[in-house]
Design a protein around this ligand. Structure first.
Ligand code: GDP
Length: 306
């Protein structure tokens, strides 16, 4: 997995490598530090975390007497891992529960985010991951706004061998579809129900109304276990602003950062966690069914530095 991560992050890998090469210079001038700062900002690390990292690196690297590359590398690695925050809970909560009525119910995962970020693809890949863990999965196609969305999800369902609950009516109530999906999951004794939602960024009040209703309706049958926000890593600060809108209207429990394979801006991992105060739990590393990986800070930083 590590090899694949490194391969897929080859573009982001330039961040770590170029910082390391500057840090390894015998004496560091103000221009050298500016070069490092620029690299971090260009990689979408964000101003706050960049300043923090710069301060810590200056403090630690400047006191080094003779400088060997291995020591500098260790310092940079430690500080980057710290910035990505290995203490956050990145596990997916997919355990079944038991309701007040004593009836078992599936875990429910709501997947939200702007259209085009890779939401439906992520639901498909996630189903694959859960199936590989021997879990019984049902998908809910609550993106009823785009007719093609339910077809796309169903295709993914067939590909990974799970059932998709959908409505044949375009424009059907998304909450009704989510309700049906969770009910189907309950009735069949499924472990996890994953619900895909529409990602129109209409006005904030509408979005809040729609996602709020879906959550309420699901909660009538089973508590919502996870709300995963999908964010396209290639969209930078703009994507971050859109993600913030979702985080404002629904309690996000984890971020899925997609298309990390297609960008040199891996620093967005740090920025988004800092902005939203929510951990990146999964990363998308390609378009294929197996291209979803758990996010492990140490592995990520090692890939950046390799
Ligand atoms: P949605 O509108 O948010 O549901 O987005 P889709 O799931 O339809 O994905 C939009 C496009 O992004 C599709 O062409 C996907 O194949 C592509 N995509 C999704 N995730 C990834 C990823 O992790 N890496 C790459 N390279 N492409 C991705």
């Amino acid at each position: 997995r590590m090899v694949r991560l490194r391969e897929r992050l080859s573009r982001s890998g330039t961040i770590g490598r170029s910082i390391l090469s500057v840090l390894s210079r015998e004496t560091l001038t103000e221009e050298d530090w500016e070069e490092i700062e620029e690299t971090l900002l260009l990689a979408d690390v964000g101003i706050g975390p960049t300043t923090e990292l710069m301060d810590r690196l200056r403090t630690r690297v400047q006191v080094l007497g003779s400088k060997d590359t291995a020591t500098v590398r260790d310092i940079l690695r430690e500080e980057l891992v710290q910035l990505v925050d290995p203490t956050m809970d990145r596990s997916l909560h997919t355990a079944k529960g038991v309701g007040d009525d004593g009836e078992p119910h599936p875990a429910t995962v709501l997947v939200v985010g702007v259209n085009g970020t890779g939401k439906t693809t992520t639901v498909g890949k996630l189903a694959r991951v859960l199936v590989a863990e021997d879990l019984d999965v049902v998908l809910g196609a609550a993106d009823t706004f785009r007719a093609a969305a339910a077809d796309q999800l169903q295709t993914w369902g067939e590909r990974v061998g799970v059932r998709t609950v959908r409505s044949d009516r375009e424009g059907a109530d998304p909450a009704a579809v989510a309700f049906d999906a969770v009910r189907a999951g309950r009735e069949s004794g499924a472990d996890v129900v994953v619900v895909d939602t529409a990602g129109r960024l209409q006005n904030k009040a509408d979005l809040m109304g729609e996602l709020g209703k879906i959550k309420r309706v699901i909660s009538r049958q089973a508590p919502v276990s996870e709300v995963l926000l999908v964010l396209d890593a290639t969209t930078g600060q703009n994507g971050l602003r859109q993600a913030q809108v979702f985080a404002d209207v629904v309690d996000v429990t984890g971020i899925v950062l997609t298309k990390l394979d297609g960008t040199a801006k891996g620093g967005i991992v740090i920025a988004v966690q800092r902005e939203l105060g929510v951990p990146v739990k999964l990363v998308g590393l390609g378009e294929g069914a197996d291209d979803l990986a758990p996010f492990v800070p140490e592995e990520f930083v090692d890939a950046l530095l390799s």
